[in-house]
Design a protein around this ligand. Structure first.
Ligand code: FAD
Length: 294
């Protein structure tokens, strides 16, 4: 469990970090909180020749509301930064709630939202709620900058559209007219456990009718996925018991879970449907607030 040898670079600006990554090529990895990367290196799964640490880059930190853009979350914001953010508490407490469901205090103190996204594991807790809220991301490299919807970032387990030499700099939750959102996670323990299944929901509700909804599932397919049939079904409905029963059936038909040590495919499929109902009800009833049982 020792780390292999590597060169450590601590750039003082984003431009310096990007130049380093461009010059070092495929032998280099970006280091944020290190909770995944250093673990993989200790396990012998990865042996990068160089690590380019983002820790000194203050421009990648902070969670702010920017008029005309929305809530801008620096990629180096930790899970605890998200949990305790006053901006998120006011605008989207469901995002803080998702962070609260993650790992332990020690890991939350180090692990960043950027690492949680770039890691691209299907069980990650922050992407579902960020996708439900329509978040976009910015990737920069020495070749320029590109922005995309977060939901377009993931390809398959541990694989995304990020290119060598790119840094994820920020996540933006745009201003919009969604009236509520929530995240429900089922783990094998109440804390410190990865999601057996996680489901985020967001909704725009007027006069008790759902005008638009998003249902986003983690640990239910090879990547975090939206459920388009369920979302289309919900438009124009109210969350009556019979609607929720049908929602569960549709979500169960859309997810593609696999058997794993955390649960069988069949169990996870059922769980995704059940959590979708709970997440939707909370999104509709409690605005962007915390689920009723918290
Ligand atoms: C005990 C334990 C419990 C955990 N529990 C949970 C949990 O409950 N829920 C959950 O979702 N996750 C969990 N995790 C996983 C992990 O903590 C998170 O995914 C964390 O957010 C990763 O962020 P990091 O800053 O540590 O990433 P790092 O380990 O530093 O990096 C991870 C990967 O992302 C790349 N990277 C990081 N930041 C950037 C960037 N800005 N631009 C480009 N590339 C970047 C790195 O090169 C690396 O490939 C757990 C991990 C541990 C060890």
């Amino acid at each position: 469990m020792y780390l292999p040898d590597f060169d450590y670079h601590s750039p003082e600006s984003i431009d310096e970090a990007l130049s380093l990554l461009a010059n070092l090529g495929s032998g280099a990895k970006v280091l944020a909180g290190g909770t995944d990367l250093l673990h993989k290196m200790k396990q012998g799964d990865l042996a990068p020749k160089a690590l380019v640490s983002l820790k000194g880059l203050d421009k990648l930190k902070g969670i702010n509301y920017v008029e005309g853009r929305g809530v801008v979350i620096g990629a180096l914001s930790t899970q605890n930064d998200i949990l305790y953010s006053e901006v998120l508490a006011k605008k989207y407490p469901s995002v803080s709630h998702a962070a609260k469901k993650m790992a332990s205090n020690q890991i939350r103190h180090l692990g960043t939202v950027g690492g949680n996204i770039v890691n691209a594991v299907p069980s990650a807790d922050l992407p579902p709620i960020l996708i439900a809220l329509g978040a976009s991301i910015t990737l920069v490299s020495t070749s320029g900058k590109r922005e995309m919807a977060l939901e377009e970032f993931f390809v398959e387990p541990a694989s995304s559209v990020i290119n060598e030499g790119e840094i994820l700099t920020e996540i933006v939750i745009p201003d919009g007219d969604l009236t509520g959102s929530s995240y429900h996670k089922f783990g094998l323990r109440r804390s410190g456990a990865l999601a057996v299944v996680g489901v985020a929901a967001s909704a725009r509700v007027a006069g008790g009718v759902i005008e638009e909804a998003r249902i986003v599932c983690a640990s239910s397919a090879p990547k975090v996925i939206r459920t388009p049939k369920a979302e289309a079904f919900l438009a124009g409905k109210s969350p009556a018991p019979e609607v929720l029963e049908e929602l569960q059936a549709i979500v169960e038909s859309e997810v593609r879970p696999r058997d794993s040590i955390r649960g069988s495919a069949e169990y996870r499929r059922n769980l995704a449907g059940v959590l979708a109902k709970r997440a939707l009800v909370d999104a509709v009833e409690s605005g962007h607030g915390l689920p009723a049982e918290d």
